[in-house]
Design a protein around this ligand. Structure first.
Ligand SMILES: Nc1nc2c(ncn2[C@@H]2O[C@H](COP(=O)(O)OP(=O)(O)OP(=O)(O)O)[C@@H](O)[C@H]2O)c(=O)[nH]1
Ligand SMILES: [Mg+2]
Length: 334
């Protein structure tokens, strides 16, 4: 079995290259007894740069190689030769990676779009060669400067997926089934809670329409904010989504009450971030193919004055209408 590890947070120690030292050197030419100074400058140390790359899907490679150094600059040499600049080190991270200084938590940047780059550690400047010190009264200078050290930092990298729509629901509500029915993603689906343990993104595409992305995250439970179940840390992935889609098991097939489920979800979202329940949203009343669903839906509508979209991720009922409304929601947000 191919085991794929998903890492959405890691600490990275980056060190830029040191600048090369300036050289002390004197010209040696035939017939010139005492040549003047000709020591060249050192090269700049390489920078460390992070670049967002669409096809990088987690921080796993950096997780296993947390020490990253760029090359040092070369020393200056005689004949006023400049040292070689150290090569910059460019590290790919997934789009949606937020970069902070680990200790202070200060945000350095947010690489949201494919190709975005951020210089995270600046290479040291090269030192000056002795050629710079020559004056009429000072013909044989031994002065020079050393290269400056490269910057180094402990960075905290956090991947926050960027999707247009985030799915929120209790375990077994049918979020993954719905993602599979609407998009190209093929998440695992099963009738036990917490089948989904990593966030997954799918793209919904239809002829002649712009595609958009939907993120499926692990199910939330009562007190997820206190760490129950898989906790609420995955909400960071839907935090940036422009819109939310609540997925409710409207058939109460686990012996639960859909109305209470909806209130649990709202409460857990609010406890995570008080503005999150106000994000534009739709409600999908899932499992409408099951016998009790129609009755629960009527109660839900009466009690909340909301109009969930009745669907079944299994039979496909209601999905065309859901697609239309999702597209409209995303269009309004962008
Ligand atoms: N009858 C019926 N069953 C459904 C429907 N949607 C999902 N299911 C079933 O419900 C169970 C849970 O579905 P999942 O899609 O894995 O649910 P989930 O919300 O992703 O669950 P977690 O990942 O555990 O949070 C599976 O057995 C699905 O086949 C539906 O519309 N009708
Ligand atoms: Mg799932």
């Amino acid at each position: 079995m191919k085991v794929r590890r998903f890492v959405d947070s890691t600490v990275l120690h980056v060190t830029a290259g040191d600048g090369g030292n300036g050289a002390v050197s004197f010209r040696r030419e035939k017939y010139v007894a005492k040549g003047g100074p000709d020591g060249g400058d050192g090269g700049r140390g390489g920078h460390v740069i992070l670049r967002a790359e669409r096809n990088t899907d987690s921080l796993v490679s950096l997780f296993f190689e947390p020490l990253q150094n760029a090359e040092n600059g070369g020393k200056g040499r005689g004949a006023q030769q400049h040292g070689r600049n150290g090569r910059d080190l460019t590290l790919n991270v997934p789009t949606g990676t937020e970069i902070r200084i680990a200790e202070s938590g200060a945000v350095l940047g947010d690489l949201v779009h494919d190709g975005d780059t951020l210089l995270v550690a600046r290479g040291g400047k090269g030192g000056l060669g002795n050629v710079h010190w020559q004056t009429s009264s000072h013909q044989a200078p031994f002065e020079h400067t050393d290269g400056e050290p490269g910057e180094h930092f402990d960075l905290r990298l956090d991947l926050k997926m960027v999707a247009n729509v985030g799915l929120v629901g209790l375990p077994n509500a049918g979020k993954s089934s719905l993602l599979a029915a609407l998009t190209n993603a093929r998440p695992r689906i099963a009738n036990y809670p917490f089948t989904t343990i990593n966030p997954i993104i799918g793209t919904m595409e239809e002829e002649g329409e712009p595609g958009f992305t939907i993120a499926d995250i692990p199910g939330l439970v009562d007190n997820a904010s206190k760490g129950v179940g898989l906790g609420d840390r995955f909400l960071k992935h839907v935090e940036r989504a422009g819109a939310l889609l609540y997925v409710l098991d409207m058939a109460g097939s686990e012996g639960r009450d859909p109305l209470e489920d909806y209130r649990i979800l709202q409460r857990e979202l609010r406890l995570y971030r008080d503005t999150l329940p106000n994000v534009a949203s739709l409600i999908a009343a899932n499992k409408m193919d099951l016998p009790d669903a129609a009755g629960y839906l009527a109660v839900f509508q009466r009690e909340t004055n909301l109009s969930p979209i009745p669907i079944s991720a299994v039979t496909g009922e209601g999905l065309p209408e859901l697609r239309v409304q999702l597209r409209e929601l995303v269009r309004r947000k962008s």
